[in-house]
Unconditional design. Structure first.
Ligand SMILES: [Zn+2]
Length: 398
């Protein structure tokens, strides 16, 4: 499996080069618009699109053959994404163009790149620090994206491909419970609080409600202003959540990596049902069943691959109702040992954080799964545990 790392490099540009880049970005954008207009909407296949408009695009916009192909590819890609979402490609802005090895090259000795513009190639010095230099050293990148940001600065996002490290084998397992009051709790008892996120989300939903009320009474222009505000609000909320998810996944992966551990997670397909199994207040549902959990899981997965940390998936059934200490299960709804954040075992008397108990169970089952054809102990424990999972009623304590 290939892993792609993007290194964002600011370009040092002269006033003449600014003109050339802007011309190129403009032509690339115009070409995309043209392709999107000329090719019938239902056509999304890149080759089919090329056969229809490639010659035209070359003749009209002065793009090199590779840039023309990339413009068509861009439209094809955007159409496919839009189709999945059930929407249409709206349009393009002259802020980005795609480059590959035929029209882009990187030179390490003076930290420059050469890019095909309209007409001939142009060489740019990279305005970069040690981090980017370290990443680019000894590399021969094949693809890049030229980007103009809102401040009018130019960046080349260079893609580096590498083989991720072999996942490290280990019998130490870190169980992670993706909870709801806390975003994540580990089997070692470390908690990643969701308080900040919840606060921001509640604040935003309060604002949203107020704004919507205002819009319902307002004039047309008020409604438009409100709509824009709402859009900005949701962007802000999502960026904050993303930041939090990045931080949590980074810390979990680093912890596992530096301690030589495997990470065990619940199969996320169960999360939605689990957090919604009880009739709950609207407020709490809004907090729990969101894309945020899916995002955190995705972040964990790709960071695990990048860092050579292995992830094992655990059946989520009963991980929250089982006592990790004595393996007793009480799956009867409403009679669980679990009460809010607290877990009390009616059998052995263990008492503590409910999510931590869940995480410890995840680690335990993860350890069993992680030992393929392992020792006799692991096998019998596995049998015992899977027996538990299959016949919970037999172990239920009234
Ligand atoms: Zn117990």
């Amino acid at each position: 499996m290939k892993q792609v790392l993007t290194v964002s490099c600011k370009l040092q540009v002269t006033p003449q080069q600014v003109i050339k880049i802007d011309e190129t970005l403009r032509a690339f954008c115009d070409a995309c618009e043209y392709v999107n207009k000329e090719v019938p909407e239902k056509v999304t296949n890149e080759i089919a699109m090329q056969s229809l408009v490639y010659q035209d695009v070359r003749a009209r916009f002065g793009l090199s053959s590779q840039l023309a192909i990339h413009a068509i590819r861009r439209v094809s890609g955007n159409r496919k994404t839009a189709k999945q979402k059930g929407s249409k490609v709206k349009g393009f802005t002259p802020t980005s163009a795609t480059y590959d090895a035929r029209i882009f090259s990187f030179r390490e000795k003076d930290w420059t790149v050469s890019l095909t513009m309209l007409g001939k190639r142009e060489r740019f010095k990279l305005h970069i620090g040690n981090f980017q230099r370290g990443k680019l050293k000894g590399q021969n990148p094949k693809t890049a994206t030229l980007v103009k940001n809102r401040k009018g600065e130019y960046y080349l996002n260079i893609q580096l491909e590498s083989e991720p490290p072999e996942p490290q084998k280990s019998d130490k397992v870190l169980g992670v419970d993706l909870g709801r009051t806390d975003i994540a709790v580990t089997s070692e008892g470390e908690k990643f609080s969701g308080k900040d996120v919840t606060k921001v989300r509640d604040h935003h939903s309060h604002l949203r409600a107020k704004l919507q009320q205002k819009a319902s009474k307002g004039t047309r222009s008020t409604r438009r202003r409100v709509r824009n505000l709402l859009k900005r609000l949701s962007g802000k909320e999502q960026r904050f959540q993303k930041h939090v998810n990045h931080t949590i996944s980074y810390r979990l992966i680093q912890h596992a990596k530096s301690n030589g551990m495997v990470i065990a997670l619940e199969d996320l397909t169960g999360i939605r049902e689990r957090t919604n199994q009880m009739p709950r207040a609207k407020k709490e549902r809004r907090r729990s069943n969101s894309w945020a959990f899916y995002q955190l899981r995705q972040f964990l997965e790709y960071k695990a691959i990048a860092n050579g940390v292995e992830i094992v998936m655990v059946n989520p059934a009963y991980t929250s109702q089982t006592c990790h200490q004595c393996d007793h299960i009480h799956p009867v709804r409403g009679e669980s040992y679990r009460s809010g954040k607290q877990f009390t075992c009616g059998h052995c008397g263990w008492n503590g954080d409910a999510d931590e108990n869940g995480a410890k169970n995840i680690a335990k089952i993860g350890a069993v799964i992680n030992q393929p054809g392992g020792s006799g102990v692991a096998c019998s424990l596995s049998d015992h545990l899977s027996g538990l999972l299959k016949t919970p009623s037999a172990y239920a304590v009234g």
